[in-house]
Design a binder for this molecule. Sequence first.
Ligand code: HEM
Length: 322
Amino acid sequence: MIIGGRTWPKDRRWIVAITLVALAAAAWYVAEWRELGRLPGGSSRVGLACGIAGGAIILFELLLWPRKRVRSWRLGSAQSWLRAHVWLGLLAVPLVLLHARLLFIGGLLNQALMVVFFIVIASGIWGLVLQQYLPKALLEQVPAETIYDQIDHVARQQCQDVWRLVDASCALASGDHRHEAAGDDADDGDHAVVTGFRAMTGIQGRVVETLAVHAVIPGTEELRRRFVTEVRPYLLAGRGGGSPLATAPGAARFFADLRAVIPAEAAWLVERIEQACDCRRQFDLQARLHRWLHLWILVHLPLSVVLGVLLAVHIPIAFNYW
Ligand code: HEM
């Protein structure tokens, strides 16, 4: 959920509403504090009201889970649910604090409840912050974005495409042999079908091109060697392999070195290889951003279930002691 922009008026309404409720609860709490001469606890009038409201909010927050999974629920749009989830979740913080005697509480269960509650809130805020920045970063820095689950497959395909060109165009050192397997049905002897990512009129996207395969370029043994030993492993494994090609400056140095040892006629091929490495770096970044965008929920969701369970234990115990 993105806060601000077109939906800002809706968020502003929520912010005003939860601020007013939080201020009213705080004012009531202060009034009762004065009246009692000590901090009102969870069983005071204000404490109980805040506890009931906070508990109801937590229950509502938990309902987001079935709401996301049971598509047939037609109660409001996903966006409205999420907006209510975020703002009511934040309102729960002052309410729970006032219910919990501003955290001057004893008892293991109560303390565990508070710790889990604050981790759930903190992870929710963290997830929301990530949602403000990462999708934009993905759009701007990963124009070659592909389906996350297919990153390995697309990277392998791209590696194979470039290898086909290198194999057909580079001279063989003694002991090397040409890899027939590098070609496939898409190629005939003089052309190779390759996929790549190009910027055209400001938009970058995936393109499939049929390239004329040049005759073998003399003096390119080193290019073939370095492709096989350094570039290909990187294109296949990505940054996990610890290659210098995994960073833009490392790649810039690598290709500057490479250009110094290849004939000018092979410049187009080096450019192709460089593009493929750039694309692989984008896939690596996409995978990283994707993990950041989704990992926090692995804290938020299970702990919110733990919170629900602790709350279900807390309520009857608290009423028992009342
Ligand atoms: C006690 C308080 C809270 C509870 C029990 C709770 C629980 C949940 C649950 C059960 C989900 C659904 C996860 C899923 O099905 O994938 C969820 C998602 C989420 N929560 Fe919370 N949450 C709480 C507070 C908050 C707060 C305070 C924020 C932010 C300020 C927040 C932000 C989010 C976000 C961004 C999602 C992901 C929604 C999406 O992108 O689909 N949560 N939460």
